[in-house]
Design a protein around this ligand. Structure first.
Ligand SMILES: *Cc1c(COP(=O)(O)O)cnc(C)c1O
Length: 231
């Protein structure tokens, strides 16, 4: 798989370019560029290649599989204490213990059973990763996430029943649709709920996501190159 990744020397330049595009998009939207954080999505990327991004100054990373992250990140985090690792893929309740131990932010809270399991594990472990609720913004049957109209009740359940504090909302718009109206809807939902965090935008659409208020963009391919394995 690593043959398809950009050579190590390209990664700093790619990172710079993505950050420049984020800053330009923020300025065009009259937003502070520092209000948009770049998560480098390193799923399928080997630890040695991730190191190149860390050396170039990148500190926020995203992984979509707990098991894969466990093979790469404990070592990297030990070497670099200020890494912030985001879980951006589905979380099974039988992986909650590992996820709470390893991740600083869990972006894919999407059902009551998971909220309960996270609350119990966070209490037990005394460690509280920040939490985002994943919203199924395009209401796609096969996709994870809370339906938009059910999001307020779910956020209230997390807070009131499970004593979880929610930092924001995350979405993955339908692949074949123009994402703008989905980004706008997620921003509106977050605003109505008084949530500051908005995780939206990937390699193909992060500039648009910034225009609609993203505070985190999740960018993989534009930094590390095409993935061979499907995610
Ligand atoms: C893989 C992935 C990304 C990054 O996608 P790219 O198109 O490679 O930038 C962002 N968010 C999620 C949830 C992902 O699984």
């Amino acid at each position: 798989m690593s043959a398809e990744h950009h050579s190590a020397t390209e990664i700093p330049a790619r990172l710079r370019l993505v950050k420049e595009e984020i800053a330009l998009a923020a300025e065009a939207a009259e937003r502070d560029p520092a209000s948009v954080k770049l998560i480098a999505v390193s799923k399928t990327v080997p630890a040695a290649v991730i190191e190149e991004a860390i050396e170039a100054g990148q500190r926020l990373f995203g992984e979509n599989r707990v098991q894969e992250a466990q093979t790469k990140w404990p070592g990297l985090k030990q070497l670099h204490g200020d890494i912030e690792l985001h879980l951006i893929g589905p979380l099974q309740t039988n992986k909650v213990r590992e996820a709470v131990a390893l991740f600083d932010v869990i972006e894919t809270l999407d059902r009551p059973k998971l909220a309960r399991a996270l609350a119990e594990e966070m209490e037990r472990e005394g460690k509280r990763p920040r939490l985002f609720v994943q919203v199924n913004i395009g209401e796609e049957p096969q996709k994870a996430g809370i339906k938009p109209e059910e999001t307020p009740a779910f956020v209230a359940l997390c807070r009131d029943t499970f004593n979880l504090s929610i930092d924001g909302l995350m979405c993955i718009p339908p692949f074949h649709e123009e994402p703008s109206m989905h980004f706008a809807l997620l921003a509106k939902l977050a605003d109505e709920l008084g949530l500051d965090g908005l995780s939206m935008g990937m390699s193909g659409d992060f500039v648009k996501a910034v225009a609609f208020g993203a505070t985190y963009v999740r960018v993989g391919t534009a930094i590390f190159g095409e993935r061979v394995l499907l995610d």
